[in-house]
Design a protein around this ligand. Structure first.
Ligand SMILES: CC(C)(COP(=O)(O)OP(=O)(O)OC[C@H]1O[C@@H](n2cnc3c(N)ncnc32)[C@H](O)[C@@H]1OP(=O)(O)O)[C@@H](O)C(=O)NCCC(=O)NCCS
Length: 235
């Protein structure tokens, strides 16, 4: 009998699935999968055409994200449309559904929902040691710096970085533009955060952007969702 060699990434994946499960609210589906070229054959023809000019590494990452998010959408809606690339690189998902994709070198993280009170979703996965201290000035407001200093040990700069990236993805479909780290201020309490936009945009009136962030193994993982203020208590 041959024994397969244990792969540390399998243990990491299980830890990340567990971490996602802990932070993703009820009604939002999620997936963590190893980035692998094996997913390329499952791309739909339209997605394959998009990926034709990609490098091998980018095609592999793209295919892992597309097949992961399509699995979640199939579970929610039984439809299986190609996930094309929209404005400012956002993935295009069918009306009435929301989804988000993130990748680091090893894994893809995806989330999706058809909840009517969700208006945008964002996910982010990072190696936490890639968010180096020299990024603090770019990522943190003065208030966030003070919060981080006071709470040192319970959360890291990487949590702020990742939560803001997830929050950006959650609001991008509403605001239709790029924003900077300095355009959002986070209030983090345990693993929960509220992302307050520091800019005025009518699309965000009466919208609450919130999420959860966690560190597990060598990763930081964040999910964010935008919902009408009156509905946010349901999530
Ligand atoms: C999207 C962004 C936040 C992260 O992209 P990244 O560094 O490649 O890292 P990730 O792997 O986490 O995310 C990539 C995925 O995000 C999704 N994405 C890209 N642009 C997006 C957008 N405008 N809106 C929503 N999702 C987006 C895509 O699905 C992409 O994967 P794919 O290209 O395989 O489809 C970043 O590239 C970006 O656009 N930054 C500008 C805005 C910003 O970061 N502001 C600071 C935080 S407020």
């Amino acid at each position: 009998m041959t024994r397969s060699t244990p792969n540390p990434l399998d243990d990491e994946r299980l830890a990340l699935v567990d971490a996602m499960h802990a932070i993703v609210p009820h009604g939002i589906r999620h997936d963590i999968r190893r980035i692998s070229g094996a997913w390329i054959e499952d791309l739909l023809p339209e997605e394959r055409a998009i990926a034709a000019d990609f490098t091998d590494a980018r095609r592999t990452e793209f295919a892992t994200g597309r097949t992961s998010v399509r699995r979640l959408l199939r579970e929610l809606d039984s439809a299986d449309p190609p996930i094309l690339i929209g404005a400012r690189r956002a993935p295009i998902v069918p009306p009435g559904l929301h989804a988000s994709i993130s990748h680091c070198e090893t894994f893809v993280a995806t989330i999706a929902s058809k909840a009517t009170h969700i208006m945008g979703l964002g996910v982010d996965i990072e190696f936490h040691d890639r968010v180096t201290p020299d990024l603090a000035d770019a990522v943190l407001s003065r208030t966030e710096k003070a919060d981080l200093k006071r709470d040192r040990g319970t959360r890291s700069l990487a949590c702020y970085f990742s939560a803001k990236e997830a929050a950006f993805k959650a609001v991008h479909g509403l605001i239709g533009k790029y924003i900077d780290f300095s355009d959002i201020e986070l209030t983090i309490c345990c693993d929960r955060f509220v992302a307050q936009p520091l800019f005025v945009d009518r699309a965000l009136e009466d919208i609450r952007v919130e999420g959860r962030v966690t560190e597990r193994e060598r990763y930081v993982l964040a999910v964010a969702w935008a919902s009408p203020v009156r509905a946010s208590a349901q999530i």
